[in-house]
Design a protein around this ligand. Structure first.
Ligand code: EPU
Length: 417
C-alpha cells in the first residue's frame, strides 16, 4: 500500500490542468451498454474507479480499452447481466449498470452496495423508479434482480434528488416505450453531461440540469462520441489548496461555472479569482477569513467539497460552522484534522471549527475519497511532515495528484507503507 509524505508550508504557485470528471465518466461508461457497436469517450481520467467500471463492463461481455485519455468500449455483444459483489463493494457507482442492463437485456442482477464510510446510501429510489417503469424487482442473497420484457415510460418523483438514481432512470428511459418524467431530478453537471452523451447516441431528453427531466423513448441508439466535462471537484480542491497555502494557482481546462457556490464562498474567505482563457487564476490571502456553509444538492455547496473547505477553515481567522446535509457520516476527516492541531467540535451533522494559527504535520489515515483530499489540503499548509496512509482512497478520484502538486512546488512523495 502507498502513502503520501508531505512537508508543508510552501506557497503553491504555477498552473495545473484538471482531468476529466470521474462522476461524469462513470455513468457515461455505463450508458455505452445501451447500444451495440464501438463507443469512443474522450477526456477520461485514469483513476481506479474508471478501471473498475471498465472491468465491470468487460465482465458483461464488452471490450474495454483506455488509451491516453480515450476509452474505447465495444458493446456489440453483451452476454452477461451480473454486477458481482467484489466489484460493487469496491465501487458503489457499479449500480449504474442496473438501468442500462434491464433496458438492453431485459434483466440485471446487481449486488446491493451496502453501507459505506460516508453513510448508509440506500438505492431504494433507483428501484422505485424502475418498478414504476414496469420492472419487477426481487432481492435475493444480497443481490437486486430486476426484470422487464420492455420498460415503459412513467412519471417518477424522487423524494430526494439522487444523482446516480436520476442517471440510472434516465438511462433506463431512453429506450423505454413512451415518455418518462423524472421529477425532483438531480441537477448536477454530471447529470447534464450524461444527458448530452445520450443525446449524441440519438436519445430524446429535455430538461437535464433542471428539476424535471423529460425522456421520450426511442427504438434504438447509436454508439456515442463524447468528451467528458472537466472534474469540478478536482478544480475545487485546487482552489482550496491555493487558498490555504496563500498560493497563486492557474487552474486550466476547468468549467468555473460549475462551481458558483464554491467560488462565492471562497471569495468570502478573502481569496481572489481572475478569469483566464479556459480557466481561472486563484490567489490565496495572507490568512483566510472564516466562512460557514451547509451542503446542498446542486447548485448548492457540494458535499464533495465539504471536507476540503473544513481543512481550510482549520487555519482561518475566526469560527466557522459547516453543516453536512447530504450524507449522515461525512465527518471522518475531523478526527484526523484534530491530530494536526485543529479545533473542531461536532454535534449531529454540524461541525464548528475555530481557526488556529498553525497546523502541525502528523501521521494520518485516509478514510474515504474526499476526506483524503482534505488531509492533503491541510498537510500542504501544516508545519513539518505529514504522512497520509491508505492513499488508495485518493487514487479513486484524483489523477496523478502528487505529480500535479509537485509541479506547483509542493514537497510531496509517494512511498510504500
Ligand atoms: N438516497 C436515498 N435513496 C436512494 C438514493 C439516494 O435515500 O435511492 C440518499 C442518499 O443516502 C443521500 C442522498 O440521497 O443521502 C443523495 O445521494 P445521491 O444518490 O445523490 O448520491 P450518489 O448518487 O450515490 C453521487 C456521487 C457522490 C456525491 C453524491 C452527492 C457519483 C458516482 N457519486 O453519489 O460522489 O457525493 O452524488 O453529490 O456520482 C465522490 O465523488 O466522492 C462521491 C461520493
Amino acid at each position: 500500500m502507498d502513502k503520501l509524505v508531505i512537508r508543508g508550508g510552501k506557497r503553491l504557485k504555477g498552473s495545473v490542468t484538471v482531468s476529466g470528471s470521474k462522476n461524469a465518466a462513470l455513468p457515461i461508461m455505463a450508458a455505452t451498454l445501451l447500444a451495440p457497436g464501438e463507443h469512443i469517450l474522450r477526456n477520461v481520467p485514469h483513476l481506479r474507479d474508471v478501471s473498475t467500471m471498465g472491468r465491470l463492463i468487460a465482465n458483461l461481455g464488452a471490450g474495454f480499452l483506455l488509451e491516453k485519455k480515450k476509452a474505447i468500449l465495444d458493446c456489440s455483444e453483451i452476454k452477461h447481466y451480473e454486477a458481482p459483489y467484489d466489484l460493487v463493494s469496491t465501487m458503489r457507482a457499479s449500480v449504474l449498470v442496473l438501468g442500462p442492463l434491464v433496458s438492453r437485456l431485459g434483466k440485471a442482477k446487481v449486488s446491493l452496495p451496502g453501507g459505506c464510510a460516508i453513510g448508509a446510501r440506500p438505492i431504494n429510489l433507483h428501484l422505485m423508479g424502475l418498478e414504476k417503469m414496469g420492472a419487477t424487482i426481487t432481492l435475493d442473497s444480497g443481490y437486486v434482480i430486476a426484470k422487464a420484457k420492455k420498460l415503459k415510460g412513467a412519471s417518477i418523483y424522487f423524494d430526494i434528488p439522487t444523482v446516480t438514481g436520476t442517471e440510472n432512470i434516465m438511462m433506463a428511459a431512453v429506450l423505454a416505450e413512451g415518455r418518462t418524467l423524472i421529477e425532483n431530478a438531480a441537477r448536477e453537471p454530471e447529470v447534464v453531461d450524461l444527458a448530452n452523451a445520450l443525446i449524441s447516441m440519438g436519445a430524446k431528453i429535455k430538461g437535464a440540469g433542471e428539476s424535471v427531466i423529460e425522456v421520450d423513448g426511442v427504438k434504438k441508439l447509436k454508439p456515442l462520441r463524447h468528451a467528458v466535462i472537466p472534474d469540478r471537484i478536482e478544480t475545487g480542491t485546487f482552489m482550496a489548496i491555493a487558498g490555504i497555502t496563500g498560493g497563486d494557482i492557474t487552474i486550466k481546462n476547468c468549467r468555473v461555472e460549475h462551481l458558483d457556490a464554491v467560488v462565492n464562498k471562497l471569495k468570502d474567505t478573502g481569496m481572489e479569482f481572475r478569469q483566464v482563457p479556459r480557466g481561472v487564476r486563484v490567489i490565496g490571502p495572507e490568512r483566510l477569513k472564516a466562512v460557514s456553509t451547509t451542503t446542498m444538492p446542486y447548485p448548492g455547496f457540494p458535499t464533495d467539497m465539504q471536507a476540503q473547505l473544513m481543512a481550510m477553515m482549520c487555519r482561518a481567522e475566526g469560527a466557522s460552522v459547516i453543516s453536512e446535509k447530504i450524507f449522515e457520516n461525512r465527518f471522518m476527516h475531523v478526527a484526523e484534522l484534530k491530530r494536526m492541531g485543529a479545533d473542531i467540535t461536532i454535534e449531529g451533522g454540524i461541525a464548528t471549527i475555530k481557526g488556529v494559527k498553525k497546523l502541525t504535520g502528523a501521521p494520518l489515515m485516509a478514510t474515504d475519497l474526499r476526506a483524503s483530499a482534505s488531509l492533503i489540503v491541510a498537510a500542504l499548509a501544516a508545519e513539518g511532515e505529514t504522512s497520509v496512509k491508505r492513499i488508495y482512497h485518493l487514487d479513486r478520484g484524483y489523477e496523478r495528484i502528487e505529480e500535479k502538486l509537485k509541479s506547483l512546488g509542493a514537497d510531496i512523495t509517494r512511498e510504500k507503507e
